[in-house]
Design a protein. Structure first.
Length: 255
């Protein structure tokens, strides 16, 4: 099948001839324009294909008919429904305002009239997500490490429920029965393997309890605040560090 298109930016299919090439030669004397004498062949493009080009345009650089791009359909055919979120037309050009992640929207949406991003989520949805974020971060922060000071040196102790917590408890139990004994204790940093006695292990456990309480205090404070969906694990840790500086939660310096 032959299809004839106009040589225009917004092209159109002028007519079709449902014949093979040899049939055109035999039936039409090789002249596809036999029934359309008013059309000038130099102003047309002949395409041999069975299916029509849905949105044809004449590509001058390639001297051929092709399908319009999405951008061309938007600008030439005014198919603005093809614009994606963040896009708008200004002075005959497609411009884009990408969503800024620092806005912290739970469900960012695009206002096509005002060309701005806005929060689509409801207050209830944001509050639910806020609680979810806090609940996901808290267990990670609870594992520490937390600072422990001995003889002016700061060490960092992990607080993993399945490892560190039972180890501290069992060590304390042993030293309580044998108060004259000491243990060689390894912290989670380069300052490893120091000797600790009963008083040190008691203070280590107390320090862990204070740290744990600070984590839960921060959780309570956060849940009472306006949702900040950009909260990170580092943000949570900083808040815990600040909480530990409060007079009622000051860690023992081991002095």
């Amino acid at each position: 099948m032959f299809r004839v298109y106009s040589k225009k930016k917004i092209s159109e299919e002028l007519f079709t001839v449902n014949l093979l090439q040899e049939e055109v030669e035999k039936v039409m004397g090789g002249n596809l324009f036999l029934d359309y004498p008013h059309l000038k062949q130099k102003d047309c493009v002949i395409v041999e294909r069975d299916t029509a080009v849905q949105n044809p345009t004449f590509d001058e650089s390639r001297e051929e008919i092709r399908e319009m791009t999405r951008e061309e359909k938007i600008l030439w055919l005014e198919e603005i429904d093809l614009l994606i979120d963040g896009e708008y037309i200004e002075n005959g050009k497609i411009k884009e305002i990408k969503y800024d992640e620092t806005l912290g929207f739970l469900s960012p949406a695009w206002n096509k009239e005002e060309h701005i991003w806005y929060e689509k989520a409801t207050i209830e949805e944001k509050e639910k997500k806020w609680v979810e974020i806090i609940n996901n971060l808290k267990p990670i922060v609870l594992e520490g490490p937390f600072p422990f000071v001995k003889d002016g040196i700061t060490y960092y102790q992990k607080l993993r429920v399945d490892k560190d917590v039972p180890l501290v408890s069992s060590t304390l139990s042993t030293l309580t029965r044998h108060p004259e004994s000491t243990v060689k204790w390894s912290f989670d940093d380069e300052n490893n393997d120091i000797v600790l006695g009963l008083a040190d292990i008691e203070r280590l456990q107390d320090t862990g309890v204070i740290f744990t309480n600070a984590v839960y205090d921060v959780e309570r404070d956060l849940k009472a605040q306006k949702p900040n969906l950009l909260l990170t694990i580092e943000d949570y840790k900083v808040l815990v560090e600040e909480k530990l500086k409060e007079p009622q939660l000051l860690l023992s310096k081991g002095e």
